[in-house]
Design a binder for this molecule. Structure first.
Ligand code: DQA
Length: 144
């Protein structure tokens, strides 16, 4: 099984950025543990702060080069709440996408309560810290 994790803007700062909300682990450290926990799953990772690069990666993984990509775990960061372009991209993909958030966006500011992505994703996982990513992978494993 092959899973692609995509992180959007400011998620390269995990571990340093607002640790009270996002925790004190870097994503690289977390990813190492995740790969150890799922030795039979190939977990690829991509991060960008740029909306168009996220779209290019989603198209590449979910449409063109990756018929064996079983699932995409997407934390689009703040683009979740703004991006019709990501919405349009996700709805055209063949690979299923699970939307994840580290924090529980529904307990935070009003502008975080709406997602342009949820309606075109297979499901949404939010509020479990970095464990949200593991739960998303589990969802792909249990629906395979
Ligand atoms: C986030 C929540 C978003 O509202 C925020 O803009 C982020 C991170 C999360 O993982 O909790 O950058 O997606």
């Amino acid at each position: 099984m092959k899973i692609l994790i995509i992180n959007g803007p400011n998620l390269n700062l995990l571990g340093q950025r607002e640790p009270g909300i996002y925790g004190s682990s870097s994503f690289d450290d977390y990813l190492k543990k995740l790969r150890q926990a799922y030795p039979d799953v190939e977990i690829d990772y991509f991060q960008s702060n740029i909306e168009g690069e996220l779209i290019n990666k989603l198209q590449e993984a979910g449409f063109t080069s990756c018929p064996v990509c079983d699932g995409i775990v997407l934390n689009a960061g703040a683009y979740t709440h703004t991006s019709i372009a990501l919405h349009d991209c996700i709805r055209s993909l063949k690979s299923p996408v699970v939307e994840v958030h580290i924090s529980n966006v529904h307990t935070r500011e009003d502008f975080r309560h709406h997602s342009y992505l949820s309606a075109v994703c297979r499901g949404v996982i939010c509020g479990f810290g970095l464990d949200s990513y593991r739960l998303a992978i589990d969802s792909f494993l249990s629906t395979k």
